[in-house]
Design a protein around this ligand. Structure first.
Ligand code: SF4
Ligand code: SF4
Length: 361
């Protein structure tokens, strides 16, 4: 098997001292229980593929795709091995050799056909207004799987007087780099062109994955506007509501470990919810909800089992409300909730909108 992508990660793979600190708090290893599921093993398997010492089989393929790319292992790794980079490169080589997951291939096809990963008909969240300060980019999951939450977010921005427009969205493509497929350069050009046409100063994202993609993906070089996550905007605005309910917060991996936005969402929450309680695992040690890295598409049961554990951690705080600000985390955590579990789950912006309308306490 050719391993062109892995070639450039040789130094990271050789830097691994096999200490297994990366096993601590790896959500996949916790679920599966097999050492071969941990980050160390993913590094060893990747090196074996690169050196042509092993051939890909179903188990090796599974292990390399059973990773949320949550970066918990990188926080714990004393040798600073960039496990996510190695895994992404391994996946790229596996896909190149035909070892892909059908769910991921279908997502890529759907984006080609419809502009979103679900193959859904285009939904109009379009508020054309040339010269607004912000263009809102909502992303595939928000638009097609958490539409009610998204509507509340949009309503909040209007209520707060944010000068807002939207663009003709296509998928930002961030997920494809994670699952070994190439993201579309044409789609990136389309988004850049739309942003230019809207004549905005800033691109506002609700999805942490889109946020990261616009900031880090070379396809978006020359975007020409500042990219903000919605929590960064809310932190600066006056929020004319308060709740006495006990609130806790789940850090989305793409916002926390990958973008270093830990204080910003907490600052927003503390403005309207003085009774804030951290989960035992928070900030850089927050457990992943299990939705990331393409795991939800290829290992749905595993993904939900991780979300169940994270949800239980939220319940253990005694909070009545679990907040996050990521449509993927929101969707997975809500799917994991059992009817008898009373905790309510919202995006921060959605909850604020409901508070302002008096629909929640
Ligand atoms: S913590 Fe880092 S150095 Fe230690 S085994 Fe894991 S990847 Fe290798
Ligand atoms: S990125 Fe997350 S899921 Fe993947 S090996 Fe590291 S800790 Fe485990």
């Amino acid at each position: 098997m050719k391993t062109k992508a892995l070639e450039s990660w040789e130094r990271d793979m050789l830097r691994c001292i096999r200490c297994a600190y990366c096993f601590v708090d790896c959500p996949i290893l916790t679920e599966l229980g097999w050492e071969s599921a941990g980050a160390r093993s993913k590094v060893i398997l990747s090196y074996g593929l690169k050196e042509d010492e092993i051939e890909c089989n179903q188990l090796i393929k599974d292990r390399l795709f059973q990773c949320c790319l949550c970066a918990q292992c990188e926080i714990n790794c004393p040798a600073k091995v960039e496990v996510g980079g190695v895994v992404r490169a391994a996946r790229k080589d596996l896909v190149e050799a035909g070892h892909y997951f059908e769910a991921h291939r279908v997502m890529r096809e759907m984006v080609k056909k419809t502009g979103n990963v679900y193959g859904e008909e285009k939904k109009d969240f379009h508020y054309p207004k040339v010269g607004a300060e912000f263009a809102l980019f909502v992303g595939c999951v928000g638009k097609h799987r958490e539409e009610e939450s998204l509507k509340k977010t949009v309503a909040l921005l209007k209520k707060l007087g944010v000068s807002l427009t939207s663009i003709d969205e296509v998928c930002c493509g961030g997920v494809f780099g994670d699952v070994g497929f190439q993201a579309s350069p044409e789609d990136a050009e389309h988004i850049k062109e739309e942003v230019k046409k809207a004549k905005v100063k800033k691109l506002l994202t609700t999805c942490p994955m889109c946020y990261r993609t616009f900031k880090e993906d070379p396809r978006f070089e020359g975007l020409g506007v500042e990219v903000l996550h919605i929590t960064e905007l809310l932190e600066k605005l006056d929020l004319p509501v308060k709740t006495n309910r006990k609130i806790t917060y789940h850090d989305p991996c793409d916002l926390g470990r990958h973008s270093d936005l830990y204080d910003v969402p907490r600052n927003v929450i503390r403005k309207f919810a003085p009774d804030f309680q951290e989960m035992s695992k928070n900030r850089e040690n927050a457990h992943c909800c299990g939705a990331g890295g393409g795991v939800r598409g290829s290992f749905t049961r595993l993904s939900i089992d991780m979300a169940k554990k994270r949800l239980q951690e939220a319940i253990d705080t005694g909070a009545e409300v679990l907040l996050t600000e990521c449509a993927s985390c929101l969707h997975n955590l809500k799917n994991a909730r059992k009817r008898k579990q009373k905790i309510q789950i919202y995006n921060i912006s959605e909850y604020l909108s409901l508070l302002m309308d008096g629909e929640v306490g």
